[in-house]
Design a protein. Structure first.
Length: 233
């Protein structure tokens, strides 16, 4: 998913860079409504986890591999605006220190993984949360589905950018097939990791999970308790 230098032409890279810069500037203002003394440390821990998770690749198919994006995971835990900032910080450090994604493509990578994946994923999460039961299971179901969909959404957005401003000699059909099929499989891994981490935090501190604020901590904990079998008299 990390776009390298020279893969898109200059106008496309400049446009995505401007969009990314504007979004980050707005997120710096909006994130103040999501963070407080309790949730700010969680944002730092989440960013650190996503950074580490993106450095670990898992095999997918036909010799390809994938890694965690973490956009929905971060948005559900600490809020969408804070997620944009966390993801941007992760991508910036990766580009500068590890050359994972080009510096000239940083705006593109931020647009795809810190903006579009968060917007699409958290939008789906909110929509599902409105119709699913307000329980722990409902939160985890919404998180898993939205995490899964965020990956091919970002991949298809890259295909659109490549169609507009691709700077390498590759047939568009090859790019489409490479980005869609594989990223559907990567989405399954994204969903599994997201559900596991959100579920772990819900198990110990449901009050810290931004996406679970519509349900009370007592309801989340109650949803985890096994139903006691009735003792026959």
């Amino acid at each position: 998913m990390h776009v390298p230098d020279g893969f898109l032409d200059v106008p496309t890279s400049v446009a995505t860079g401007a969009l990314a810069a504007g979004t980050v500037a707005l997120a710096l203002r909006k994130a103040r409504t999501e963070l407080d003394d309790r949730t700010a440390p969680l944002a730092g821990l989440t960013a650190a986890f996503v950074f580490a998770g993106q450095m670990i690749n898992f095999p997918v198919a036909a010799g390809t591999s994938g890694h965690l994006i973490g956009a929905v995971l971060t948005a559900v835990l600490v809020g969408p605006w804070t997620a944009v900032l966390c993801m941007t910080a992760v991508l910036l450090v990766q580009a500068v220190l590890f050359a994972d994604g080009g510096l000239t493509a940083l705006g593109t990578n931020v647009t795809l993984m810190a903006l579009l994946a968060v917007v699409v994923g958290y939008g789906v999460f909110r929509g599902l949360s409105a119709v699913l039961p307000r329980t722990r299971t409902g939160v985890l179901t919404a998180a898993g589905v939205s995490a899964f969909l965020s990956v091919p959404a970002a991949a298809l957005a890259f295909v659109g950018l490549f169609a507009l401003g691709g700077a390498v000699d590759l047939p568009l059909g090859t790019v489409v097939s490479a980005m869609t099929g594989v990223h559907l499989l990567i989405g399954l891994g994204e969903a599994a990791i997201t559900v596991a981490i959100v579920g772990a935090v819900l198990a110990v501190r449901p009050d810290l999970v931004h996406g679970a604020r519509r349900i009370s901590a007592a309801t989340v904990l109650e949803d985890r308790r096994p139903v006691a079998a009735e003792v026959p008299r």
